[in-house]
Design a binder for this molecule. Sequence first.
Ligand SMILES: [Zn+2]
Ligand SMILES: [Zn+2]
Length: 167
Amino acid sequence: MEKYVKMLKDKGLKVTPQRLEILRYLDKNMTHPTAEIIFTELKETNPSLSLSTVYSTLNLLTKYDIVQPLTITEGEVRYDMKGKMHHHFLCKRCGTILDIDVTCPHLETMLNGEHRVEEVHGYLKGICSTCLERTGMKSNSEYESDTEIVKSDSELHEPPSLECADE
Ligand SMILES: [Zn+2]
Ligand SMILES: [Zn+2]
C-alpha cells in the first residue's frame, strides 16, 4: 500500500481507503477494467463502497494524471494506471486489451517539440494470438483490421512490439 499512499501524496491528494483500493486494483489487474467492473470486484470486500465513489475517484485520479481513461472500445471507458507510456491493442473477438510498447521516432519529436503533449493514445485493433490459435487462423488477412495509428502488414500473432519506421 505504501506505493499508492506515495502516489496520492506526491500529487497533494488526501489518502482515503477507497482511493488506495482502487489504485491497487488497477495496478494488480492489467485488464483495463470499466468503473462498473472495479466497483463489482471491490464491493465484495468493501460493502460500503458506492459506484458513484468509484466514478468520482477515477475522475480525480485521471485529473491528477495517475490513471488514464481509454476509449478503445465503443460506448465505454476503460481505466489503466498511467505509468510509463504505452499503447493498446484490442482483440475484436475476445475483447482483451493488451499493453503494447511502440517506439516511434516521430512521436519522440512531438514529445520534445513546441507543443506540450499531455496524453498519447495509440489504439490498435485486430485478433489476438490466443484467438488466432483457437480458430486456426494463420493470418489476419481475412479480417479487416482498423489499426489506427500504425499500419502494419506484419501479422499480429504475438502481442506485437512495433517499431515505427523512420523514413
Ligand atoms: Zn482474442
Ligand atoms: Zn495499458
